[in-house]
Design a protein around this ligand. Structure first.
Ligand code: PLP
Length: 396
């Protein structure tokens, strides 16, 4: 392997490019996790992370991937055999369903076509029919990373309320938190699941649960056996700053820095930046003559764009060429979309020129791979990015 000059473009939809400030913060020596310095760090990140979730309630941080945080959400709120209503937005919703099944719950997955988000009307209809309140939780993915479709969580909450149903609302924000507007408290979410490696701009390794009072009350009655994931002990750090077992100290240094960066930019600006880069990406994709997997403009993801390719194009060969020739990683089509799509991640630590480079890499790849496409996608994106703010808003 020879040295590849310049920065690798990690344009999969997470893990994302980790900014230098976060890398430097993580390089401090590991400290005693029972000592006074750790207490201050623990207290600072546990307090500082709450606004990122849009909550004033506690957030629990596990040394884990997002999958661990998924498991924590289920095992703390449910009892063996409990029914969970889920919605097949794509690969990750299906994996969460599989996990619920393996853990001994009774998940019910509403089918969908992988091109739309959760249908609030379908949730409402199912809950209205559940007169005996067998369904204990509705568990959905906010931003389906396999399709680039963002579900409307506030409308799902309204659907649950209209059905007058007591089910808990569990939401996976693993690829949306810190990139796409999200309001744990205002949207009445009971458990929000997140991970460190996407909008939070950290390496993989931290899993999060934001918890409502209703979720904490449910946890007191939930009979599912649990140990590592048990919230009870993990609530301790929210009081004392100390974790019950060895925390991922250096990732927490990184988290402190990432929270500072999000606050310096301002969360509203972070979300607007992601919206703008997503719109520029969609303009490029349309100009190339390709379809976007997401069919409903209200559900376009601002974190990634999944691109459908014509039948005669092998998206994995295209991704391989782009990696080898231009040192950029793009996301593969997953399960039902394998061989039919590729995904462009535009989330995390990202600016206009990173997007320009990303889209240039794709367009050069299309050309070099001999794919039939319309040139001009990059130009369409640049025209949008270069336009003054007012012109951009009008042309949306
Ligand atoms: N949910 C979503 C929406 C994801 O995008 C991912 C990973 O990409 C997961 C869950 C699983 O998280 P992890 O791979 O960190 O365990």
């Amino acid at each position: 392997m020879s040295y590849k000059s310049g920065r690798h473009f990690l344009q999969i939809p997470g893990p994302t490019n980790v900014p230098d400030r976060v890398l430097h913060a993580m390089s401090y020596p590991t400290i005693d996790h029972r000592g006074p310095d750790f207490k201050a760090l623990g207290a600072e990140v546990l307090e500082g992370i709450r606004p990122v979730f849009g909550t004033t309630n506690p957030v629990i941080i596990f040394p884990s991937s997002g999958t661990g945080a998924w498991e924590a959400a289920l095992v703390n709120t449910l009892s063996p055999g409990d029914r969970v209503l889920m919605f097949e937005t794509g690969h990750f919703a299906t994996l969460w369903r599989n996990m619920a099944q393996r853990l001994g719950f009774d998940p019910e997955l509403v089918d969908s076509d992988w091109r739309h988000g959760v249908d609030p009307a379908a949730i409402e209809k199912r809950l209205v029919a559940d007169t005996g309140h067998q369904i204990k939780a509705v568990a959905v993915v906010h931003n389906e990373t396999s399709t680039g479709v963002t579900s409307r969580i506030a409308q799902i909450r309204e659907a649950i309320d209209r059905a007058n149903h007591p089910a808990l609302l569990l939401v996976d924000t693993i690829s949306s938190l810190g990139s796409i507007r999200y309001e744990h408290d205002a949207w009445g979410v009971d458990v929000t699941v997140a991970g460190s490696q996407k909008g939070l701009m950290l390496p993989p390794g931290l899993g999060f649960n934001a918890v409502s009072d209703k979720a904490l009350a449910a946890a007191r009655d939930a009979a599912q056996p649990r140990s590592y994931w048990d919230w009870e002990e993990m609530m301790g750090p929210n009081e004392s700053g100390f974790f019950p077992y060895t925390p991922a100290t250096n990732l927490l240094y990184g988290l402190r820095e990432a929270i500072n960066m999000l606050n310096e930019e301002g969360l509203d600006n972070v979300f607007a930046r992601h919206d703008r880069h997503a719109e520029a990406t969609r303009r490029a994709v349309r100009a190339w003559g390709f379809d976007i997997v997401c069919e409903n403009p209200e559900e376009y993801s601002s974190a990634l764009t999944a691109v459908l390719v014509p039948d005669d194009v092998d998206p994995d060969a295209l991704r391989r060429l782009i990696l080898e020739d231009f040192d950029m990683s793009l996301g593969a089509g997953l399960s039902k979309l394998a061989g039919r799509a590729f995904r462009i991640g535009h989330l995390g630590d990202f600016n206009d020129l990173t997007l320009a480079g990303t889209l240039s890499g794709v367009e050069m790849g299309l050309q070099r791979a001999g794919v039939a496409y319309q040139p001009g996608g990059v130009q369409a994106a640049l025209d949008y990015l270069a336009a003054p703010e007012a012109a951009r808003a009008q042309s949306r």
